[in-house]
Each structure stands twice: as C-alpha cells, then as structure tokens.
Design a protein around this ligand. Structure first.
Ligand code: ZN
Length: 399
C-alpha cells in the first residue's frame, strides 16, 4: 500500500493534521485551536491502532442477555463508536442530542479509566449526507471546552456499487465508510449532488412509466414519504420507492396486471445510480480521508459467482468471495474495513463469525485500518435498532 500507517515521523504527521484542521477552521470561521476535539488523519491512525476490539463493542453483540449485550458499556470498556446516524439521514437523534450523550458518557468513562486514549471517540456517518457532520463541527467549534473529553471524527456512509465481473454474477449495492474527510470540499459536495440528481431524475422517469401502467403517483408525495427518498441517499433509495408504490397500490388491478413490467423498472437501478469505490476514492484522495467497506458480513454474497471463485485455504466460495471483494476494494483505493461492526441477530447467519474472521484476517494482511461501530439509528449512542428506556439510557450514560 502507498501509505505507511505506522510512520512515526512527527513533523510530517503534525503538519498534515494541522493542515486538515486549518481547512476546517477556515470553513467554520473559527480559530484552529477550537478544533482540538476534531481528529486529524494521522491522529486517527494512531488512535485506531491502539483501541482493541473490546473498545468497539458494547458487549457480546449476539447475546440475548442484557448484561452480556452491554457489558462493555456498563464497565466503560466501550470507547469508540464510528458508525451512527442522525436525523439528517435515517437516525432518530439530532446532532445536538448525540453530542450531548457522548459528552456525558465520556465524562463517566474518564472517571473510571487510566490510559492515554480518548475517553470516547465518535463519528456521525449519515447515508450520502455530510450535513450531520457539518452541524457537529459547528457545534464543537463554537463551544470547544464542552467537548474536550470526546474526539470527533468527520464521517459519511456512501452507497456504492461493487461490480467486479471476475467475482460477481452481477453488480451489487453496498455501503462504504468515509472518515477524516473535509465535508466542505467542493468536489466532494458536487460529486454527492450529481449522484442525488441522477437518482431523482431516474425516480421521476420511473413514476412517468408507472403512470402509463395506470399507477399515478406524484413525485413530491413519494419524495416526502421517507427521509432516504427525500435526501436521495442510501443503497435502498429505489427499494424504498418500490416499497411505497407496492404498499399504496397493492389492491390496484393495474399494479397486479403489470407487476412484471413494474418490477423491471426498478431492476438494477440502485447499482446503476451509485458510484464505484474507485470513484469515491478519487474524490476523497484529493483532499483528506479514508474509505473502506462497511459491515463486510452484510454484503450480499449470493451474488458471488461460484463458477469463477474457488474455495481455498479452508474458505468456501462465499468466504473466498468476500476475501476477494475486500482485496478488490483496496485495489480501488480503500484503506480501511469495518471489521469491528456490531452485527445483530438480524444479521445472524451460520457463517457470520467466519465472515468476521475473514475480514479481520484480510485487514491484517493488507494493513487496513480496522474501524467499527453500532450503526446506530435510534435515540441513543449504544444500540443499532433497539430502543432504550429512559432508565436504561441513564444507566449506560452514568453508571
Ligand atoms: Zn449505517
């Protein structure tokens, strides 16, 4: 790989982090000193390599027992969450609420630990949206003292397409994590806007076709029916539109009569209207930042081509397929993989632990940064899609 993560050359390191913060400070119109909580690209690598898997997990993520599921929160070993959504995409927390929870939790971690790692490090990673990250930067820059015990990493979750025909039967849609990015970068913002525009245009073309089949629906209404349609984000954009149509017209004779043609309208649209890892890398690498595959254990391995991918080293063709997809992501410019992702029982399969092991093995081999988080979508910083009662939340924040 072109970049030496283990480099200890402090002058160069400090310069890069300083330059990064200077760029952010210019956009925020604040002194660079106000951004002490913001993690620079070099600091990111140093911290990530020091945290252990325990620091990434709230507990045994597949356990059904509360105490096991959250054991690392209760004993304050849980110290980093780099995957959370806010109301700017499909999360439930506002940026303010998320930051406030992180500050309270960090304060309690700090009273119980004795090491030189940040008490709590977080990122906001909305689907195809930089808005949550921008809001967090502004809030932190305006009140740096309040956030002195947390570290904040700028973030985003890109929806991308993987389309290597030597591995896959057909392109598949998945997610890509991005960190230490410059959310004000013009190229990055234009790149995002172009994808959104093309998705919106295609969605309107689909609605036009649907009206020919007697299914008449207004784009504004469809758009406002789900936040991910509204922001033209996530790998489920076209699925959500289809879902909306099917839900509202399930009894319509026109829908039943033209089901096959309607299915075709949506087929392959998500992968067609998403960028490749390489395209995202080319934008990110021009400024700052790291990218890599999100939740590798959730990639749709049913698309692996069994006639081209062969079992090797105790790996069946699917495990080998994942290994090759990770490898391909690195060829395209990825420098991390989300190896410490909080899978839930919803993602459970017989193979899940093997998929996690393959991811870890590949991260070691390719010297990738190992990131992770809860993929939080609810009103707390500790779970993926589980709600917490007020009592539970207070227990986690303050115990
Ligand atoms: Zn996510």
């Amino acid at each position: 790989m072109g970049f030496d993560f283990q480099s200890e050359n402090n002058n160069i390191n400090n310069d890069l982090d300083y330059n990064y913060k200077q760029v952010l400070a210019e956009n925020l119109d604040c002194p660079v000193e106000n951004l002490a909580s913001i993690v620079g690209p070099i600091e990111f690598v140093h911290i990530i390599n020091k945290y252990t898997p325990d620091n990434f997990y709230t507990g045994d993520f597949l356990s059904e027992h509360f105490d096991e599921l959250y054991q690392n929160v209760l004993n304050k070993t849980f110290r980093i969450n780099l995957h959370m959504h806010t109301v700017e995409s499909d999360g439930r927390l506002t940026v303010e609420e998320l930051l406030n929870q992180a500050v309270i939790y960090a304060d309690n971690v700090k009273s119980k630990i004795n090491d030189d790692l940040p008490a709590f490090m977080i990122s906001i990673t909305n689907h195809d949206s930089l808005e949550g990250t921008k809001k967090a930067l502004k809030i932190i820059a305006e009140n740096p003292d309040k956030f002195k015990d947390i570290k904040f990493v700028t973030g985003i979750e890109f929806s991308v397409t993987l389309d290597n025909e030597k591995i896959l039967k057909k392109p598949l849609a998945t997610d890509l994590m991005g960190y230490c990015i410059n959310p004000y970068d013009e190229d990055l913002n234009n790149f995002q806007q172009n994808i959104k525009n093309s998705r919106n245009e295609e969605a309107q073309k689909i609605l036009l076709k649907l009206s020919e089949f007697g299914v008449k629906e207004n784009w504004e209404t469809v758009k406002n029916s789900h936040v991910l349609i509204k922001i033209a984000g996530s790998m489920a954009f076209f699925d959500f539109i289809k879902h909306y149509i099917y839900k509202n017209y399930k009894k319509s004779p026109n829908l039943i009569k033209h089901k096959e043609e309607i299915e075709k309208l949506f087929e392959g649209k998500q992968t067609t209207f998403s960028s490749t890892v390489k395209e995202v890398a080319s934008i990110i690498n021009k400024s700052f930042g790291y990218i890599g595959l999100a939740h590798p254990g959730r990639i749709h391995l049913s698309k692996i081509d069994e006639s081209k991918v062969f079992p090797t080293k105790n790996r069946d063709f699917k495990l080998e397929g994942l290994y090759l997809l990770l490898k391909d992501s690195v060829f395209q410019g990825a420098t991390l993989a989300e190896s410490n992702y909080h899978y839930t029982m919803r993602h459970y399969s017989e193979e899940l632990h093997k998929l996690v092991d393959v991811t870890n093995l590949f991260c070691e081999e390719a010297n990738l940064l190992k990131t992770g988080g809860t993929d939080g979508h609810r009103a707390n910083i500790f779970t993926h899609t589980l709600d917490l009662s007020d009592e539970e939340l207070n227990l986690f924040l303050r115990s």
